[in-house]
Design a protein. Structure first.
Length: 123
């Protein structure tokens, strides 16, 4: 393990977390009482960006350190899978089975589609 890689991940994680927080400030609205729009938006954007970065890396347009900085650092700090998990659990716990299913299926489906779109943007 290189110290440079740890620094890249740390710096990128800070940047990603700040960007996530900005989105949470800009998208405070919710559907009904509990639909977590900001987390959904962050996970979809993160999936799109990881598709773009992956495709660039595969085309040798990014170095390994750049990939580590962006994917592990920035996107690792930006995306919110742990928040997605707890919010899904809370919806279930609150008896919002339908909303929970919509949230989980929408997040997963659009996130995977966003990875594909990100790759297609670069190709």
């Amino acid at each position: 393990m290189e110290i440079k890689s740890l620094i890249y991940v740390g710096l990128g994680g800070g940047i990603g977390s700040i960007c996530r927080y900005i989105i949470y400030i800009l998208l405070p609205f919710q559907i009904g009482k509990s639909f977590p729009w900001p987390t959904l938006v962050v996970n979809i954007l993160g999936s799109l960006f990881i598709g773009i970065i992956y495709a660039l890396f595969q085309k040798n347009q990014l170095t390994s350190p750049q990939y580590i900085l962006i994917v592990t650092g920035v996107l690792g700090g930006f995306t919110t899978f742990s928040a997605f998990s707890i919010e899904s659990f809370q919806l279930l716990k609150n008896g919002e089975l339908f909303l929970s299913m919509v949230y989980v299926l929408t997040t997963i489906t659009i996130a995977i589609l966003s990875v594909w779109v990100g790759i297609k943007i670069i190709k």
